[in-house]
Every structure is written in structure tokens, then in C-alpha cells.
Design a protein around this ligand. Structure first.
Ligand code: FES
Ligand code: FES
Length: 247
């Protein structure tokens, strides 16, 4: 998985690679390797709002979004292009913000999870994730949803297999992936106008109703999938149980 994700995500960075040492210090390739450097001003349009930010050459787009602009919906997971938690749209393309140097994003348009809802209405993907119970801790969810939005823009009618392949660079430690795939498929139908928005069988509302008659069925915050997970997250595209059922 690591090799697969690395190969994909290096292509999603959209700019020069950011190298980080194990100790957490960082330097940018092609920039003289200096951890510090003279700050430069860049301009970004983020979720429709223009920003001018002063950044050092080694800072990433993720650093700017979270630390300069306070947009903490974009999550920092691995910080190495492996997990997809930091996925945003850069000029309409899904990228790992931890792999994009901020100076390379100068003049670009960025969309984060904070910019997806319109006029107080959740994006169909956001609604579907809630309704299908595809969120537990939620840490992976912003990146999942931004990646899924880019996928549905390219392919409005994806099969489950295509969803799994398109989401292979985004890892979840909690939910398993079946509900995530289902939510993306449901959102695709809603966005094509073929389905009214509403809770499905896997929704929180439905599970609460089910649980009323069965106290044991009440899901905990991380429920059985988390207990069943190994400590290493699995890829959505590659995970299958011995019975052939996707988890
Ligand atoms: S891929 Fe960027 S934080 Fe993991
Ligand atoms: S819901 Fe995906 S990491 Fe927790």
C-alpha cells in the first residue's frame, strides 16, 4: 500500500516535493535546501476569498491553510503524501496540500472543506457521508470528501470499483470503507438528480432507530470496525476480507 500510495500521491502534489527528515525538520528540494529563507508574499484565492500571505520558501500549502489562514478543516495526517487527509483542490485538481510548496501555489485558487457548502447547504457528498454513517472520528473525512468531489467531477457515474480506485490514496483508520463507497455512490446519484437526499439504511438516524429495539446494537463512537482494525490503516482499493466482502 505504501508504494502504491506514494506513487499516486507524488503525482498529486502539483509542485516540487517537500522533503522532511524523521526529526520533523524540513527543507524544500530545488530551493537550496534551506530550512529557513527569506519570506515572500504570495496571493491565493481560498474558497473564493483573496488572501495575501507572507511565507518562507519551505512552507507548504497545508502550513498556510492551517496556520496562516486558520482553515483547520484540512487535516495534517502523515505530512508525507501517504494518507490523503490534507487533500484540497488546487485550481480544480485534488492535491495533497502537504506536498505542495506554498510558493508554487501563488496565484492559484484553492478549495478546502470549509468552501464546499453553498449558502448554508451541505454539499451532497457531505450530506451523504452523514446520512450513511461514513464518519466516525472524522479526521479523514475532509480529505475523503474533497477527493470524492474531484472524482465525481471527472466521472459522474462511477462504479464501486472505480470509487475504490479513485479513493485509493485516502486512508481511514475508523470506519472501514464500505460506507464511504456507499456514500460517494449515493452522492453521485443525488448530483445526477436521480435520487432525493435522505437517510439510507446505514444512516445514523436509521441505526438509532434500529438500536432502540436492541441496546447492544447502539454504535459506540468507533464501534466494531475500529476494534477489528489493525494499527496500520488499509487502503480503500486493496482491502477485502477473506469472505470477499469489502470492509
Ligand atoms: S497526505 Fe498530506 S497529511 Fe497525509
Ligand atoms: S473516520 Fe476516517 S480516520 Fe476516523
Amino acid at each position: 500500500m505504501r508504494g502504491q500510495a506514494g506513487a499516486r500521491t507524488s503525482g498529486r502534489g502539483g509542485g516540487r516535493a517537500v522533503e522532511r527528515s524523521r526529526g520533523g525538520s524540513e527543507r524544500s528540494s530545488g530551493r537550496g535546501g534551506a530550512a529557513s529563507g527569506r519570506a515572500v508574499e504570495i496571493e491565493l484565492t481560498v474558497n473564493g476569498d483573496p488572501h495575501r500571505v507572507s511565507v518562507r520558501p519551505n512552507r507548504t500549502l497545508l502550513d498556510v491553510l492551517r496556520e496562516e489562514l486558520g482553515l483547520t478543516g484540512t487535516k495534517r495526517g502523515c505530512d508525507q503524501g501517504e494518507c490523503g487527509a490534507c487533500t484540497v483542490h488546487l485550481d480544480g485538481r485534488a492535491v495533497n496540500a502537504c506536498l505542495v510548496l506554498a510558493i508554487d501555489a501563488d496565484g492559484s485558487e484553492v478549495t478546502t472543506i470549509e468552501g464546499l457548502a453553498r449558502r448554508g447547504e451541505l454539499h451532497p457528498l457531505q450530506r451523504a457521508f452523514v446520512e450513511e454513517g461514513a464518519i466516525q472520528c472524522g479526521y479523514c473525512t475532509p480529505g475523503m470528501i474533497l477527493q470524492a468531489a474531484a472524482l465525481l467531477r471527472r466521472n459522474p457515474t462511477p462504479t464501486s470499483k472505480q470509487i475504490r480506485e479513485g479513493m485509493a490514496g485516502n486512508l481511514c483508520r475508523c470506519t472501514g470503507y464500505a460506507k464511504i463507497v456507499k456514500a460517494i455512490g449515493k452522492a453521485a446519484e443525488v448530483m445526477r438528480g436521480q435520487r432525493a437526499v435522505g437517510p439510507g439504511r446505514g444512516s445514523l438516524a436509521q441505526r438509532r432507530r434500529d438500536a432502540e429495539g436492541d441496546p447492544e446494537a447502539q454504535p459506540g463512537p468507533h464501534s466494531s470496525q475500529l476494534r477489528a482494525h489493525s494499527s496500520k490503516p488499509r487502503s480503500l482499493a486493496t482491502t477485502r476480507t477473506k469472505t470477499g466482502r469489502a470492509s
